[in-house]
Design a protein around this ligand. Structure first.
Ligand SMILES: [Zn+2]
Length: 319
């Protein structure tokens, strides 16, 4: 047995795997596209292949790893290893015993956690959150996820804590992908921003967003499409991004007023891409709503980059 362990970040478009030591140092990595058809068993097969590839790059056999951690979307039950309702994955509306399946396939124990929570814990232990005992992670991407660390420990509540994207920033406000109204994600999530852009386009609002999308061979407004449209000073892009930042500032300030954390770490697809550029703007929007305004939290962009989710997942394996 070595102290090497595996981490798997299961995303809607890609599966990222790493093999790291107990200090989080990288020994091997691999990446595979997430299957777009089939069902959970096919996704588990692709995860197994990607983990074997990372292990081989690290010169290790999967069954010799101290364990493997998985950051999963949907409702990921850390106790049973069952993942339910991962709707951005093919055929995964129901429940699937992901932990048990991977454990049998790879010959070592597997622990499952929430994808955003493990990424936030990665930042807390190895990245931008290292100097602090408390922090709020805000993962700004397709949706808006979050994770909380309080007194040096992840705060999971009864399992579902950290959903800052579904805190209400406007009563009877915009429709959220969750079906409710006025959630932060309804204004700042990439999917909700795209839905709004499509409605505006249908109403005759001029925008280059969808031409840029087609030119780049995409079928949705990825964060790189938003970035290109912003560089071209597309007015609709600017107004939707400003609106997203306004509501992100509102939601983050409310959470800070409640929790009084030392730091806020911004990650996720849009957060990592735009965090540095927009941090001053976001901080200003947050300040407007801070109750104690002479001791604001420190603001950071996530530091672990593309591998952060997988490295964070590896921390699920006990040292
Ligand atoms: Zn919602």
């Amino acid at each position: 047995m070595t102290d090497l362990r595996g981490g798997i970040d299961l995303g809607g478009t890609k599966i990222q795997t790493v093999v790291v030591d107990s200090g989080g140092n990288l020994h091997g990595k691999a990446r595979q596209p997430t299957p777009t058809s089939g069902g959970p068993a096919d996704v588990a097969d692709a995860m197994e292949d990607a983990l074997r590839e990372a292990a081989s790059a690290a010169g290790a056999k999967p069954e010799r790893l101290a364990g493997i951690g998985v950051g999963s979307p949907g409702d990921a039950d850390g106790k049973t290893g069952v993942v339910s309702g991962a709707r951005n994955l093919p055929g995964w509306d129901g429940s699937f015993p992901l932990g048990e399946t991977l454990s049998k396939a790879l010959g070592t124990k597997v622990r499952i956690g929430n994808d955003v929570q493990v990424a936030v814990e990665g930042e807390y232990r190895l990245g931008a959150g290292k100097p602090y005992d408390s922090l709020l992670g805000v993962w700004w991407g397709t949706g808006v996820g979050g994770g909380i660390v309080l007194g040096g420990e992840p705060w999971l509540g009864r399992g579902a804590a950290g959903e800052i994207g579904h805190t209400v920033v406007k009563r009877n406000g915009a429709r959220c992908p969750c079906g409710r109204r006025g959630c932060l994600e309804a204004y700042a999530g990439r999917a909700a921003m795209e839905a709004r852009a499509r409605r505006d386009l249908a109403k005759g609002v001029a925008t280059d967003l969808f031409e840029i999308m087609e030119k780049r061979g995409k079928d949705r407004l990825t964060s790189s499409v938003w970035e290109h449209a912003m560089r071209e000073e597309d007015p609709l892009t600017e107004s939707l991004l400003r609106r997203a930042l306004r509501y992100l500032g509102t939601g983050i300030a409310s959470a800070v007023n409640l929790l009084d954390v030392e730091a806020v770490v911004i990650g996720g697809g849009l957060g990592s891409r735009f965090g540095d550029r927009f941090m001053d703007h976001l901080t200003k929007e947050m300040h407007k709503h801070l109750f104690v305004d002479d001791n604001p939290p420190r603001m950071h962009v996530a530091e672990l980059g593309d591998l952060g989710g997988a490295v964070g997942a590896s921390l699920l394996v006990a040292s």
